[in-house]
Design a protein around this ligand. Structure first.
Ligand code: ARG
Length: 462
């Protein structure tokens, strides 16, 4: 018999070419458990509306449970001939309950409101999974910061030496960014917790069904949608999910790029653990940061999923259009990508070795304490404009002579500016410069300890 949900007005079955183009069951099959949950909720409102008797409801729910068990065991699967997951599951239900009872479930619903609902359920579950993996990474980074509370490193702007900072301060900067991504996931979830079930194809249902009851049954804390046309046609929840996952990818790529650079011979800031590095098939000495490189590469793929999706949605008229079937593969891929990437990335960050001496050695290089000379002068009443010039002159002399700022003699300081008394040397140390920046958000150990406490308290609430 014809498995299609729409065959009656057609004289001919679909062409082979159409069937192959149209089929989505090979990628939407992962929604099957959600579709069955939706069907159970729908059966209950059909019963409430007097369209299924108590006995029919009980038999329907039992049939759906058997179908779910067969889906989970692999005894029942969709085929290309089924077109999509909804059609396949309808076939499965008809096989189990017969056409008289099985054929009653479709009343008052459409694949359009079904898919819009199931897709939200699936993405909400995966937002939670990704949020958990993100938390693991944040905790690994917090551990890294805590293990190096006093280690200084060269802070950079333009990738040039700028000012010394604490290694922990730098690592926590990444934790802050990832914390905002986690927050974005939670806010997205709150916005997405609204059920389109009951919207039908676009106009709602004449059968007196209760969309709020379905929403509550399926765990949508925000109830059901206020507009059935929007409920079936809106996909901004998909685009936003793709954005948040792309942003996570981009944030990982920024950490990854640093790991790759820090792990070079030239930098020598860190060494990756063997279990989280790879070798070369020809060069026996090689130990490569492949996890970081894959993170950097996969961020491109996550961005592509977002931009492809936005292009699909652009200028689509209301309400449902089949174009919308193209919305699933990109974000399924984004979920799969992050769910395989994040655990490896966290392992890499949790196990790397930090080379403190190397970081501390380079912290003052590149005249990174010049700002401290300027600020020391400002504290003595010198206008910053002048102080900046004086400190710049110090750098110029040092560069000419191939020496560091702290190598300047009292006479050299005095000849650059009468304000540069020998006490200026007090600020010409890395830990002096770091310790002086003790305001909120600054790099002093005391300020970083405050930040660490705030970050840990925030993570503990999740
Ligand atoms: N498989 C479709 C999708 O993913 C849902 C089916 C709606 N099809 C239809 N002809 N209205 O969007």
């Amino acid at each position: 018999s014809d498995v299609r949900l729409w065959g009656a007005r057609f004289a001919d079955g679909p062409s082979e070419a159409l069937a192959r183009l149209s089929a989505s069951v090979h990628f939407d099959w992962r929604l099957a458990p959600y579709d069955i949950a939706g069907s159970k909720a729908h059966a209950r409102v059909l019963n409430k509306a007097g369209l299924l008797t108590e006995e029919e409801l009980a038999a329907m729910l039992a049939g759906l449970d058997r179908l779910l068990a067969d889906v989970e065991s692999g005894a029942f699967t969709g085929t290309v001939a089924d077109e999509d997951v909804h059609t396949a599951l309808e076939r499965g239900l008809l096989e189990r309950l017969g056409p008289d009872l099985g054929g009653k479930l479709r009343a008052g619903r459409s694949r359009n409101d079904q898919i819009a609902t199931l897709f939200r359920m699936y993405l909400r579950d995966h937002a939670r999974i990704i949020g958990g993996l993100l938390l693991d990474l944040q905790e690994a980074l917090v551990g890294l910061a805590e293990a190096h509370p006093e280690t200084a490193m060269p802070g950079r702007t333009h990738l040039q030496h700028a000012q010394p900072v604490l290694f922990a301060h730098h690592v926590l900067a990444h934790v802050q960014a990832l914390g905002r991504d986690a927050e974005r996931l939670r806010q997205w979830d709150a916005r997405t917790a609204v059920s389109p079930y009951g919207s039908g194809a676009l106009a709602g249902s004449s059968l007196g069904l209760d969309p709020e009851a379905v929403a509550a049954d399926l765990g949508f804390e925000g109830g059901s949608v206020g507009n059935s046309i929007d409920g079936t046609a809106a996909r901004d929840f998909v685009a936003e999910f793709a954005f948040v996952t792309a942003m996570i990818g981009v944030n990982l790529s920024r950490i990854a790029e640093e790991v790759i650079i820090w792990n070079t011979k030239e930098f020598g800031f860190i060494t990756l653990h063997d279990a989280f590095s790879t070798g070369s098939s020809i060069m026996p000495q090689k130990k490569n940061p492949d996890i970081a490189e894959l993170a950097r590469g996969k961020s491109g793929r996550l961005i592509g999923n977002l931009t492809g999706l936005l292009a699909t949605l652009k200028a689509l008229p209301l309400a449902y259009n089949r174009d919308l079937q193209e919305d699933k593969e990109p974000v399924f891929d984004s979920c799969d990508t992050l769910e395989v990437l994040l655990p490896a990335f966290t392992g890499m960050m949790a196990t790397l070795t930090v080379h403190r001496e190397r970081l501390e050695e380079l912290a003052p290089a590149g005249f990174s304490l010049a700002t401290d000379i300027a600020e020391w002068l400002v504290k003595r009443g010198v206008p910053f404009r002048v102080a900046h010039e004086v400190a710049g002159a110090c750098v110029k002399v040092c560069e000419g002579q191939g020496i560091e700022l702290w190598d300047l003699t009292d006479e050299q300081f005095a000849s650059i500016s009468a304000d540069l008394t020998p006490e200026v040397r007090e600020v010409l140390s890395v830990h002096g410069a770091i310790g002086a920046r003790s305001g909120r958000g600054g790099t002093a150990p005391s300020a970083v300890a405050v930040q660490l406490g705030e970050v840990k308290a925030d993570l503990a609430t999740q």
